[in-house]
Design a protein around this ligand. Sequence first.
Ligand code: UN1
Length: 508
Amino acid sequence: MKDILLALGIEEINKGTSTGNDWLDSSGDRLSSFSPVDGERIATLVETDEQSYGSVVDKARLAFGQWRLWPAPKRGEVLRQIGEALREKKEYLGKLVSYEMGKSLQEGYGEVQEMIDICDFALGLSRQLYGLTMHSERPAHRMYEQWHPLGIVGIISAFNFPVAVWSWNSMLAMVCGDVCIWKASEKTPLSALACQKIVAEVFLANDVPEGVCNLISGGRWLGERMAQDHRIALVSATGSTRMGKEVAATVGARLGKVLLELGGNNAIIISQHADLDIAVPAAVFGAVGTAGQRCTTTRRLIVHQRIYAEVKERLKKAYGQLRIGNPLDEHYHVGPLIDKEAVNAYEQAIANCLAEGGKLITDSGVLEGAAFSSGCYVKPCIMEALGTYATVQKETFAPILYLLSYTEFDEAIKIQNAVPQGLSSSVMTLNLREAEAFLSAAGSDCGIANVNIGTSGAEIGGAFGGEKETGGGRESGSDAWKNYMRRQTNTINYGSSLPLAQGIKFDL
Ligand code: UN1
């Protein structure tokens, strides 16, 4: 790991506050990052304090004054170069993400690829920040709308995607002409540091003003600080529903803008018309990928009773073949949970589900032994349950899959929708009527609804996010860029009289 840290510019002790090339002094606490892979301390950084936070916001405000005037395609060119730099560093950064967060190496690389993809997307967008034109009801008048940047975008990101979710937000924000301040998760601060260094090098080569892309490090108070700060035009937050509600209330009280991507409780419906050779692997990857710590993780399987026994047997077999171990070793499918707190939540959820009447149909538990010395490795498990159990209604960030059954397709949709969250959903069916019913207005109530693929692993080209307690925000592709801009309607009179709208007469 030493050579990787070196290649990414991470030292033993690092400054955690940056306005671009400049790394600010701070008298904040020391924050050490420990790997859930082996429990080792990777490196330490100095957290942002009130004073350095203030300097970052001041720099960001100044930078916005300039950056918003750069032609969008010129901004896009800088983002293209960030994409290139990420391509060069993909292996190093992917490994660091895997080591610091605990996801498999394949998924670590995948996460960096997601960043590269959004850089490409933002480059394309730089020539497509389109507004509409309208026909005026008045003679010799023209109407159109244009999109202007908002100002400072505060980004609060979670440990489970330590770098990709930031890039969805920051690349779009920056191509739109905004500047951003990133508060990364305290559990994965070094991956953030590495990204900031990559961006800083590109910025230096392109004379990007200092303060366009900023990093702050530390605990919850920094998120709260940004939520209260009227200078932060938009707060984009990814994390728990509890956190999102707090951010929304605080930002709402000052009528600021929020973009929320919160909890999911994603289900796959497996119909009796499903191709089980697709459905079972999709369910297994969805449930155990990233050790069940994606917001898109498959948490519930809603299986038609006619094929229930077969699906159950196939799942048990597949779970029996899962290899759990060091995520940097590609032999293993499943790595550790992020920390011991997550392990407790896993154990607690299983105990609660059992107490409610649920039944374990696979092994479960915490792995012990030298290879699992961090104490964070758990066995992915499956529990037979009812959709109404309090445990099943909750999002637990762990690889626990609840197996539910149904008889009528309408009932399956009802079960799928009967949770507080609304992020991702899938149906496995070769029956056209079922597929279309699932996608119809009376079908899935989620922001993402898939047919014959799992709930996780969305591409960056679509808008990403969900409804209900997931928070309603949309990030990444499609027209999610509009969240980072303000719309201005312009009406221009090129005639020599002043006709009023709605035919109103006002003669002087
Ligand atoms: C998240 O877990 O917050 O769709 C994001 C997926 C990934 C992103 C997940 N592309 O699973």
